[in-house]
Design a binder for this molecule. Structure first.
Ligand SMILES: Cc1ncc(C[n+]2csc(CCOP(=O)(O)OP(=O)(O)O)c2C)c(N)n1
Ligand SMILES: [Mg+2]
Length: 379
């Protein structure tokens, strides 16, 4: 059942620019009633399920590798994947842009990364597509996939995404930019500046706040004086929606509406997905120090993965045979990524300075730091 609440009445609503639906397709071969209800096909629903499962299992594998001392640091998407995959599904791969955050495993997998791409970054190997093993673990990014390299200072990605949305509007490319972050990060000044700017200029921008109730160990009651971060949308003249992050198709529906609104030129949307954080903040903290056993038992009941699985089973989309096949594929994918990453060569220390400064300069005046880097690895 849809539980989405309209967070706030905004100028955009009053102007009547809100309200595109996700589109209701017709049920038929390859399109169940459930898929038709959100304008998708059964192949889409199965693709979403597979991606959520892969996000969960690759993440779980990272924890095992961390505890075995093989990778240094994990920051997890577990519990967020349903919302992440569903929301990114509404954007167009290779056209739109996403500036995600460190928990965005599901977002990255939906937008073109594979398990190998995540795992080689965790192992900091030379073949890591994000940075060739130079970045901190979890700092994924890919220019060809339009995934803006993420970084740990929280909320900085907001301004990058708003800037991309501004460029898209000026160039009339029809691209949409989305940024995601946690509810704690949403209190940073960058977010106010970005939303205000996006609201004024009606930019094709979507902010997704994945509210998991904690900023490390700080509960949401000590982060926000209001119940919903998205209630702030009204102050920026854009619609805001609060959606149950375990309701995958509702997340998709709301995101699709936001993408359609942005593409039509009707401006930005603020989406808050209430999610759960199934793990500690990272592999470096112990959540039992600040979360009770009852709370941890309770959140397991709000896990998006079994809920979506059951929804697809009940709709006849996920048969027992398909479920077994997808499970086997995902398991093989995680095994392959682990072995591939472990066996991949380490980065060559002689190239440590590569990609720190530009190696080729398109203009006529070279930059002051000179060009002695190529092939030598040093200044
Ligand atoms: C600018 C900045 N301040 C503080 C930190 C330290 N820090 C890292 S994660 C985090 C909590 C973020 O919480 P939230 O935005 O709710 O995201 P979550 O980790 O819960 O998904 C903090 C304070 C940081 N990385 N960057
Ligand atoms: Mg949080």
């Amino acid at each position: 059942m849809a539980t989405t609440k309209k967070a706030s009445a905004s100028t955009a609503d009053r102007n009547g620019s809100n309200g595109a639906g996700a589109g209701h397709g017709k049920a038929g071969p390859g399109v169940s009633k459930l898929a038709a209800s959100v304008g998708l096909t059964d192949a889409d629903l199965l693709g979403m399920y597979r991606t959520i499962l892969l996000a969960r299992q690759v993440d779980e594998r990272m924890w095992v590798l961390n505890r075995a001392g093989r990778i240094p640091f994990v920051i997890s998407g577990q519990g967020h994947e349903g919302a992440q995959v569903a929301i990114a599904w509404a954007l167009q791969k290779g056209k739109d842009w996403i500036a995600p955050f460190y928990r965005s495993v599901g977002t990255l997998l939906t937008f073109g990364m594979g398990a190998r791409d995540l795992m080689t970054a965790q192992f900091a190997k030379s073949v890591d597509i994000s940075s060739g093993g130079r970045q901190m673990p979890g700092h994924y990014g890919s220019q060809p996939m339009h995934l803006v390299s993420l970084s740990s200072p929280v909320a900085t990605q907001m301004l990058h995404a708003v800037g991309i949305a501004l460029a898209a509007k000026i160039r009339k490319t029809g691209e949409v930019a989305m940024s995601s972050m946690g509810e704690g990060s949403a209190n940073q000044g960058d977010v106010h500046e970005g939303l205000n700017f996006a609201g004024i200029h009606k930019l094709p921008f979507i902010l997704v706040v994945e509210n998991n109730g904690y900023a490390i160990s700080v509960p949401v009651s000590k982060q926000l004086p209001i119940e919903n971060v998205a209630d702030r949308a009204a102050g920026y003249g854009m619609p805001g929606f609060v959606v149950d992050g375990a309701d995958v198709l509702e997340c998709y529906r709301v995101a699709k509406e936001a993408v359609d609104r942005a593409r039509r030129g009707d401006g930005s949307t603020f989406i808050e997905a209430k999610v759960i954080r199934l793990t500690a903040h990272s592999s470096d903290d112990q959540q039992t120090k600040y979360r009770t056993a009852e709370e941890l038992a309770d959140i397991a009941n709000k896990d998006p993965l079994p809920r979506f699985r059951k929804e697809l089973q009940d709709a006849g989309v996920l048969t027992a045979e398909l479920e077994a096949r997808i499970a086997a594929e995902v398991k093989a994918d995680v095994e392959d990524a682990t072995t591939y990453a472990e066996e991949a060569p380490e980065p060559d220390p002689a190239t440590a300075m590569r990609w720190v400064f530009a190696e080729e300069w398109p203009g006529e005046t070279p930059p002051p730091w000179g060009f002695t880097l190529r092939g030598t690895g040093g200044h």
